[in-house]
Design a protein around this ligand. Structure first.
Ligand SMILES: CC(C)(COP(=O)(O)OP(=O)(O)OC[C@H]1O[C@@H](n2cnc3c(N)ncnc32)[C@H](O)[C@@H]1OP(=O)(O)O)[C@@H](O)C(=O)NCCC(=O)NCCS
Length: 157
């Protein structure tokens, strides 16, 4: 499996992941993804198999010392094999190279797989946003430091 920089040519594959990954009301639109893929301040990574099929996607941004994980999605049949973790590790390396010292994310409070992945990679909850995704759908806000040796340990090297 290979991690590459995603482009507009990957849009259809990414939209298929989006539809499998989220309930309709939480899906990003084709326009939103097209903008994500072309914006200068976004870093979108695709995890592909040997046939070039996209198994996972993640998008990040960075402003000064704060990086954000904006979205990560893995094909249902490829989950639980570390695809999400590999995308996050690549994003953390990108953010570190840009000089970020922290990465922030939001995740639905009931998204057990994502919470487990984020905790395993060193993210800690810093706050809770009530009804962030709609009534009764709270967001956990998580932060992870990005720094030298500790980072290398947490990245699992
Ligand atoms: C969250 C998500 C990206 C994780 O991707 P992944 O490639 O499965 O990540 P990992 O392989 O590193 O595993 C994540 C955890 O979920 C578990 N898991 C998730 N799906 C699984 C499955 N189908 N079978 C077995 N384990 C699964 C893994 O065992 C792992 O748990 P652990 O940390 O306790 O070991 C993926 O579940 C997904 O795409 N979900 C839908 C979209 C979403 O919610 N994105 C996050 C919010 S933006």
């Amino acid at each position: 499996m290979i991690i590459t920089h995603a482009s507009v040519a990957d849009l259809d594959g990414i939209l298929a992941l989006e539809q499998d990954g989220f309930a309709r009301e939480e899906q990003w639109s084709p326009t939103a993804w097209a903008e994500e893929l072309t914006a200068a301040d976004r870093f979108v990574l695709a995890h592909t198999d040997s046939d070039g099929q996209i198994l996972g996607v993640a998008t990040f941004s960075c402003a000064e010392d704060m990086a954000d994980l904006n979205r990560v999605i893995v094909h249902p049949q490829a989950r639980g094999r570390g695809v999400g973790a590999s995308l996050l590790r690549a994003g953390l390396e990108w953010a570190q190279a840009l000089g970020a010292t922290r990465m922030l994310l939001e995740v639905r409070r009931d998204n057990a797989s994502a919470l487990s992945l984020y905790r395993r990679l060193g993210f800690d909850q810093i706050s809770l946003r009530r009804d962030y995704y709609g009534p009764g759908r709270d967001a956990v806000v998580m932060l992870r430091p990005i720094e030298g040796e500790e980072d290398e340990w947490a990245l699992g090297r």
